[in-house]
Design a protein. Sequence first.
Length: 265
Amino acid sequence: MAAPSSAGLPCSEPGAAPYGNFPNYSRFHPPEGRVSLLPGGLLRRLFPAAARPLLGIDVGCNSGELSVALYRHLLGLQDKSSPDQPAAGKDLHLLCCDIDAALIERAQQSSPFPAFISFANLDIMDSTSREPFLSSYLGRFGRSTFDIGFCMSVTMWIHLNHGDSGLREFLAFLSSLCKYLLIEPQPWKCYRAAARRLRKLGRNDFDHFRSLAINGDMAERITQILTKDCAMELVCCFGSTSWDRSLLLFKSNGSNQEGREPSES
Ligand SMILES: C[S@@+](CC[C@H](N)C(=O)[O-])C[C@H]1O[C@@H](n2cnc3c(N)ncnc32)[C@H](O)[C@@H]1O
């Protein structure tokens, strides 16, 4: 599960974070800008009579600020100053992973709910380490899939570093792993800005940037892939953040899901 901290590049410059592993990302894109778009009681609506713990995965969690904000928001734990713990009957376990070991270490050190939110250093594109790791986590709960996955501002970095086929593989993997998927794709203009930043630093372009055939309206392109190739349906768009990123919720129709709502087990 070894992952580069930032591929040997200093991280003070945004362009030097080749995976989007910016050390202070939440200062530039505060979690509130995303979580405030999600309706209160969302989990209850998606899982009306959950009789078992809900399991979530946050892919590309950075140093965990958004993961914790999502957790609080979804469980209605609004008051940041109170040392509140999740109430009984609102059982959500969140596995948060990131390719950058240093960011994960920071997240672990500041996790307010270590019994419920786990942080792990994992390259989600590395199938040899992700499969045993995820199976082992899910196995602790007697499960083989997550109820909900979060993929916030990550798709561009997967796409730039792994190309069109990598993005397709990533989306197919997530759709097989999660019943619901909340995804915040970066628009195409962010790709151009990321490539520009890299050039300004005198680095080579991202390997795949110039050859990406999946381009343009990225929210639309990702929706097409998920709905046409990955057996997911678009449930709703929760709107756009002030920095122009849509928050899209998908639901799996796939037979590889555990095939029952949490209330049934
Ligand atoms: C722009 S940040 C988004 C952070 C957080 N999700 C948010 O929206 O506030 C993208 C994150 O994805 C992580 N990332 C990129 N490629 C990854 C991979 N292959 N596996 C796991 N994490 C990855 C980066 O290290 C970075 O922390």
